[in-house]
Write a protein that binds this ligand. Structure first.
Ligand SMILES: CC(C)(COP(=O)(O)OP(=O)(O)OC[C@H]1O[C@@H](n2cnc3c(N)ncnc32)[C@H](O)[C@@H]1OP(=O)(O)O)[C@@H](O)C(=O)NCCC(=O)NCCS
Length: 242
């Protein structure tokens, strides 16, 4: 076993310790390698004042994997045997077929009723760029990117209220189309603004010839609205250290 060092794939900050990656070769998964590895890592964390260990993304920057693939039941078993409990089982990868996409009637209805509340939607045209960046800095700093000005304005859809940006969705195309972030200001949540944003993005993708859309590592509790196929689920686990 190679030695853990401060630059290894284990992270700790103050009392939180993180294991963004936890692999055991399939040949050894049934033995006691997992238990030994965990004991070793936990001792390492404890020696540095760690009080809580989590397996999964450490924070927005340190996320090699989104959690443990829910199909890896043996790994989940090793962790649970060692006192780890499930902290998040909501993250998933979703694929949505767009071949026969049509805007659902309920989304059209939500769009109209939001309009009556002076909530409108539009692309992030250059005149809105400054407001959008300010909005990200204030409400979603981890998604702020100073290079936003170079992005095609039609790859961001914004929600507005009284001239203020109150929500956004951001999407892109690499090998396939994907949505990488959606956010709504806290005081405007649960009004279907997020849903309308996401469906407007799907409409735009479809208009650009997309046949499918993928979302990785997304909260299923929200993105289930797109009614896509869940192709992978992730489990995060945590344990108080003593
Ligand atoms: C996720 C988020 C964009 C949802 O925005 P919203 O405008 O409140 O969403 P909607 O009102 O369209 O919600 C649609 C459905 O998603 C579900 N949902 C929304 N927010 C949820 C949350 N925080 N937790 C669990 N389920 C949620 C609900 O089932 C809701 O349907 P319902 O009202 O019929 O019950 C918003 O909560 C947010 O900005 N969160 C922080 C950023 C984030 O986590 N983004 C998603 C990852 S990219």
């Amino acid at each position: 076993m190679s030695r853990l060092s401060d630059s290894s794939l284990a992270f700790y900050r103050e009392t939180l310790a993180g294991l963004p990656v936890f692999f055991i070769h399939p040949k050894y998964v049934r033995g006691d390698v997992g238990d030994i590895l965990l004991r070793y890592i936990i001792d390492f964390f404890l020696a540095r004042g760690g009080r809580y260990a989590k397996v999964g993304p450490f924070d927005y920057k340190v996320r090699f994997l989104n959690g443990i693939d829910s199909r890896y039941t043996e790994i989940l078993g090793i962790l649970s045997k060692n006192g780890f409990e499930v902290t998040d089982a909501d993250q998933a990868d979703i694929v949505k077929d767009l071949e026969s996409f049509e805007m659902p009637i309920w989304v059209k209805g939500a769009h109209q009723s939001l309009h009556r509340e002076n909530i409108t939607f539009g692309f992030c045209e250059p005149i809105f760029l400054q407001k959008y960046q300010k909005f990200l800095m204030e409400h979603f700093p981890y998604w702020y990117d100073p290079k936003e000005a170079q992005v095609d304005p039609r790859l961001r859809i914004l929600a507005f209220h009284s001239g203020d940006v109150i929500g956004f969705t951001a999407y892109a195309k690499e090998e396939y189309w994907y949505i990488w972030a959606t956010g709504v200001r806290t005081d405007f949540r649960w009004k279907k603004i997020g849903s309308v944003l996401v469906f407007l993005a799907l409409e735009e993708m479809k208009g650009r010839g997309a046949s499918k859309m993928c979302i990785s590592d997304c909260p299923l509790s929200f993105y289930k609205v797109v009614e896509g196929k869940v192709v992978r689920r992730y489990i995060c686990m945590g344990k108080a250290l003593k």
